[in-house]
Write a protein that binds this ligand. Structure first.
Ligand code: SF4
Ligand code: SF4
Length: 322
């Protein structure tokens, strides 16, 4: 029997998403029996040239993690799109841009100036910056081009399915792969996670009062949060009301509030923007000054609300200086 060909590939990635695949433990052996893994750079020595030689559509499924920030990542993403019947964007970086997407608050020039000139540990007397081509001992060396911004995968190629999370939990990896192998997939474009807010399944939900009202915003490291009580009711920012369920509450279980690595539920374009009116509605303030005082306690709102999703948010990025 000819087994379906599967590629597992990283672009701009920390490796955590590949680790999540390994975390399915012995199921990985069953998976390796059921499919022919033809590319998995983090685990095995495959060559991109072997993929280039394949027919278009020859790969049944490519599971792609990581964001796109350079020309090599774009080239690999486009190669996999051409050779694959289905592309699964795997993890918050591929689906939403991920934590590296916070670099969109800066510009390429600022990043290069800091990394190659201004950081106190840098010694670069000739002011060398990375070049896409350079000659060394008569030979030409090339580097991928570093792009102005971080992109989510669907900014670069057409994506069939999404599995968010940083990284996606092992059971959702198994669910996604079996859905593909058993041909039980939802409509194209679907996110393979429940279409409801995390609050709906959160075990702390029953501790929520009918109407939450908070007089101050506290940071998680400044208080001893009650592990059984809704974070918001304790005045600690938790993005559960604006975030898709399906993560398995790994953060909640160690008493850390939700930071939205699963992105928004269907129909919500921007989970950070969605959370702002929810937060405004629970502030217990008697005057404008009171509102300002409480809001100022929300440290780094962009970093908190868009920790995983800035490249797909409505405002997305800082424009490069002219
Ligand atoms: S989604 Fe998280 S675990 Fe996966 S590559 Fe990005 S940062 Fe790493
Ligand atoms: S706000 Fe957070 S802690 Fe409260 S119910 Fe929703 S997910 Fe749970």
């Amino acid at each position: 029997m000819v087994k379906p060909k599967v590629a597992i590939c990283w672009l701009g990635s920390c490796g955590g998403c590949d680790e999540a695949v390994v975390d399915i433990n012995e199921v990985l052996l069953r998976l390796a029996d059921a499919v022919d893994i033809i590319l998995w750079p983090v685990a095995m020595d495959f060559k991109y040239d072997s993929v280039r030689r394949m027919k278009n559509g020859e790969i049944a499924l490519s599971v792609v993690n990581g964001h796109v920030r350079n020309s090599e990542q774009e080239e690999i993403a486009k190669l996999l799109r051409e050779k694959s019947q289905l592309i699964l964007a795997f993890g918050a970086c591929a689906c939403l841009g991920g934590t590296p997407g916070l670099a969109n608050l800066s510009t390429k020039a600022n990043i290069f100036n800091w990394v190659y000139r201004d950081a106190p540990t840098v010694v670069n007397p000739n002011g060398n910056y990375p070049q896409t081509t350079s000659r060394v001992n008569g030979k030409e060396l090339t580097l991928p081009e570093f792009y102005d911004h971080v992109h989510a995968l669907n900014d670069i190629i057409d994506v069939d399915y999404y599995l968010p999370g940083c990284p996606p939990p092992p059971y959702s990896v198994m669910y996604a792969v079996s859905a593909v192998l058993e041909n039980k997939l939802p409509p194209k474009g679907s996110t393979l996670a429940p279409n409801r807010a995390l609050c709906d399944s959160c075990r702390r939900n029953k501790s929520k009062p009918d109407r939450i009202s908070i007089k101050e915003i506290k940071r998680i490291h400044e208080v001893e949060a009650d592990p059984d009580v809704c974070f918001l009711a304790q005045g600690i920012i938790c993005l559960g009301p604006a975030t898709r369920d399906g993560c398995g509450e790994a953060c909640m279980n160690i008493n850390i509030p939700c930071r939205a690595c699963f992105g928004p539920v269907e129909g919500v374009e921007d989970s950070g923007a969605k959370f702002i009116p929810a937060l405004a509605s629970i502030l217990d303030a008697e005057s404008d000054e009171d509102v300002t005082r409480i809001v100022n306690q929300f440290v780094d709102p962009v970093g908190y609300l868009y920790r995983f999703s800035l490249p797909v948010a409505i405002f997305q990025k800082k424009r490069a200086e002219k």
